[in-house]
Design a binder for this molecule. Structure first.
Ligand SMILES: O=P(O)(O)O[C@H]1O[C@H](CO)[C@@H](O)[C@H]1O
Ligand SMILES: O=c1cc[nH]c(=O)[nH]1
Length: 286
């Protein structure tokens, strides 16, 4: 079935609407970062850069590490941007732009996020590199997609719904990391459930001047425990990435550079060093 011009928007030069990329511009191994400036922090380790493209906050570099072709792309902040980046990356590989039809043979991308995050457990210090075993979304993105959680995800989500049940305005969703990426790229890293918040301040339990509607948010988050699963950290994209990757048939893993300890009230004086460690670890293992 032909996808409407209003639904799949192709620019006059044949590139996809927001990412400004042509089919063939992206590799099957993709690193996503939030910060557009972090794209060159990754691609500076490439042996060869094929090209650099961009539009808005979506900067893309594709190149090679040895013989491996890798694309690094910035998503900006938040799951609303993940909606755009993931649908457009998927369209680039799985839709024929000439016929506007879904290809008969689908490509499954390997997608690894290298992001920054704040820890909520006392035994996860600043400077930790952590792999998200699951993404727990507190945002609204997945209210708009049909998805089918696994039995393990449904079980864990019902325990989470009981724990957060008094917060009537939150409808959390939960998706596990791709198991093969978790066991290779994330093999020896500390792991835990990553909460994806729809904001940085009150939605992550911070208070500057505006008063928080949910008291003791960090305590509420870090006291959850079900079958040895606990919440380890907070950021703003992982749950959307895991959920949309699942819906679209891609593999995803989120690697978190822990810049803050929310229980020790600390924030890193040298965030770039922690992020660089996470980047190098991912490039060695991808
Ligand atoms: O460093 P990035 O990848 O942007 O990730 C984290 O940092 C931003 C907030 O400062 C949010 O995007 C959050 O998820
Ligand atoms: O605490 C933090 C640190 C980085 N990014 C976040 O979203 N939260």
């Amino acid at each position: 079935m032909k996808i409407a011009e209003s639904d799949l928007i192709i620019n006059p030069d044949g590139s996809i609407y927001h990412l400004n990329l042509l089919p063939g511009d992206i590799a099957e191994n993709i690193i996503t970062v939030g910060d557009p400036d972090r794209v060159s922090d990754v691609s500076k380790y490439f042996d060869r850069i094929e090209y650099k493209k961009g539009k808005r906050e979506f900067i893309t570099h594709t190149g090679y590490v040895g013989k491996k072709r890798i694309t690094v792309i910035s998503t900006g902040i938040g799951t609303d941007n993940i909606d755009i980046v993931f649908n457009e990356l998927d369209a680039l590989v799985n839709i024929d732009f000439n016929t506007r039809e879904v290809k008969k043979s689908l490509t499954s991308l390997n997608i690894i996020r290298v992001g920054t995050s704040g820890a909520v457990q006392p035994d996860i210090p600043m400077g930790t590199i952590l792999a998200s075993s699951h993404g727990l979304g507190m945002d609204a993105l997945m209210n708009f997609y049909l998805s089918q959680p696994s039995a393990e995800e449904s079980y864990l989500l019902s325990a989470i719904q009981m724990h957060f049940g008094h917060l009537k305005h939150i409808h959390p969703y939960l998706t596990a990391a791709d198991e093969s990426l978790l066991n290779t790229v994330g093999k020896d890293l500390p792991k835990g459930i990553t909460v994806t918040a729809p904001g940085f301040y009150a939605p992550q339990g911070r208070m500057v001047r505006a008063k928080n509607a949910v008291p003791d948010f960090i305590k509420l988050i870090n006291s959850f425990n079900s079958n040895q699963h606990r919440i380890t950290n907070l950021e703003m994209e992982t749950a959307g990435i895991y959920a949309l990757a699942r819906v679209l048939g891609h593999k995803a893993l989120s690697i978190n550079a822990i810049l803050a300890s929310r229980v020790k009230f600390e924030f890193s004086q040298d965030p770039q060093k922690i992020v660089d460690q996470a980047i190098r670890l991912v490039l060695e293992r991808i």
